[in-house]
Design a protein around this ligand. Sequence first.
Ligand code: F6P
Length: 357
Amino acid sequence: MKKIGVLTSGGDCAGLNAVIRAVTLRATQTYGWEVYGIHESTHGLVRRPVDAIKLDLSTCTETLLRQGGTVLGTTNKAYSSPEGTQKDITKEIIEGYHLLQLDALIGIGGDGSQAILRKIAQQGNLNLVTIPKTIDDDLSHTEHSIGFMTAVHTATEALDRLQPTAASHNRVMILEVMGRDAGHIALSAGIAGGADVILIPEIPYKMEAVAKKILSLQEEGRNFALVVVSEAVEMESGQKAHITDHAGKRRYGGISYYLADRITELTGAETRSTVLGHVQRGGEPIFQDRVLASVFGVHAVDLIAQGKFDRMVAWKNRTVVDVPIQEAIEGYQAVDAKGILVKTARGLRISFGDEKL
Ligand code: F6P
């Protein structure tokens, strides 16, 4: 009988619990293995006794599939000690894996977490399989990662709510969405939510072109406009808008406030900004994420059964495949500025702020 571990690492998103459920069901029910859910990513492996919980049919409750967040907890600091110090914890992580007597580990994470987990696995000769998750959807070699589609759904719903209030007050509404350096959420939500302007980091914009689009809508008799902007879009100076927290750490945020002022200056329109933030990460996964999570969880366990390690499960051409982890983390999936979604948006008269003046 095999013993496998599963952990979630990096920022949470909708669908993580559905993956944990799928891994547990497949491993315990098909193969008769034991599954350990490790708490707070690598931190659970560093703590003594090792901080993990046995997962079985009884933990796969009727709510797990639907539940947001991750029941195992997570951290953005998989390489720091649980106390937050910078000391190298690789040795303790490897030791924790052996203390649990694991035969393999499934790591659910984005590119950063997967890179850390792979480095540790290589050093300790651990059997690792990874599952891609990130609302940013910027991992290469997979058409989608867990959490993205729910984030887009939430952003689309926000546009559905902003449109009537925009129309009631003759306003330009700007919705700022996450995505770190990729514009996937803004692009898909903008199309689905009927945006007039979509600004993403992959397509440089001119403020005058944005203003021209809004003025042309006014000329047509439209009394409102919807703008979606990705958090990493630059201001005209070339700088990105940041928030600095109490520890001096900078995070993206606030580009929508900058744009609101500039739009009002150039068009005279009354403008309001909404920063959607972590609402995009929480909440119940929509059906697409539940299906993807289930497919990925089952396939990851099957890879272990076949003795295939150092692989990331991926979605390609309507089926599940697996690729070397290294290849997946080396690549990056930005929005294709010439791709079908950008073309479609242009076909719907959506401006990217890059049109000729
Ligand atoms: O990578 C996922 C993500 O949600 C980004 O879209 C966003 O910029 C970042 O994480 C926010 O991180 P944190 O939860 O640390 O504020």
